[in-house]
Design a protein around this ligand. Sequence first.
Ligand code: AQP
Length: 326
Amino acid sequence: MSRVFSGVQPTGNIHIGNYLGALKQFVELQNDHDCIYCIVDMHSITVPQDPKELKKHILDVAALYLAVGLDPEKSIVFVQSDVSGHAELAWILMCNSYTGELSRMTQFKQKSKERESAPAGLFTYPILMAADILLYDTNIVPVGNDQKQHIELTRDIAIRVNNTYGETFVVPDGRFLKEGARIMALDDPLSKMSKSAPNAFSRISLLDDAAKVKKSIMRATTDSEGSVRFDPENKPGVSNLLTIYSVFSGIAIADLEKQYDGQGYGALKKDLVEVVQQNLEPIQKRYNEIRNSQELVNILRDGAERAEIIAEKTLARVKDRFGLGL
Ligand code: AQP
């Protein structure tokens, strides 16, 4: 069975972009793949975090993993910092990566340009991500398409090590959805929806109440043309709403265009509010049942133990290839 690995940062409440681009795939894949899903807390400290908030967000994301349908009987679910092999392998990979390739990463360029000086961890972040993936002999990495460049780098590092030290790593492939791989911000459909954007109405979080969902969608930026048409280049706002509608409802975009032909954006938005609320309701119900339970903590502890067994084997192989240790 192919091995699947992916993760989400506990940097705030998961939004529908994270869900439609990544988490929905996680759930689908767990039925016929060997899946490992991580809460990547070590990634989140590449920018300053409030320690109390971070601890809370780790459990929030874990509870959301289960609430969207991850089944700990089928998937390993754990917290990254509970398995020390991630950091250990990251160092080894760092010694086999180049500053030139890291400085080409667009996410680093974006995130560092807002600060006077960038933490070194923000620069080397993609190597920790490569370590996360390679540590588990991963074949498939389901992610949103903002991660394409990082997956390419992971592949390059794996191939480089294999060529230098002999077969060491499985070379993974990214898995990107045709629809939903890049959900855009509701207030600025030229930027991706993001947890950290200052305007809360730019995103819909999985835990948003009905009023917030309604307000975010009804305020969403569209255009002055007034016709419901999928054309991401010329009509990015309306196209983004159609994508969200289609992925949540399972109705093809072409059918939605027909359904709303001759109607204004108001009708599309009003129905989309309902579709999103209906999809979030069961997720929120399950989240509230599990968020403060001991069961959640037990699942994460058990997940870390199972992940550690796999990680140890890979690390032993890597150290042997590199001639490290006794
Ligand atoms: N807008 C998006 N559309 C589709 N997929 C997305 N992902 C993120 N944004 C979108 C995918 O969600 C997974 C988890 O993301 P992450 O938490 O690791 O970090 P991120 O990409 O940095 O997410 P955010 O929301 O943009 O957080 P901040 O604001 O903290 O930077 C990944 O698979 C990602 O591709």
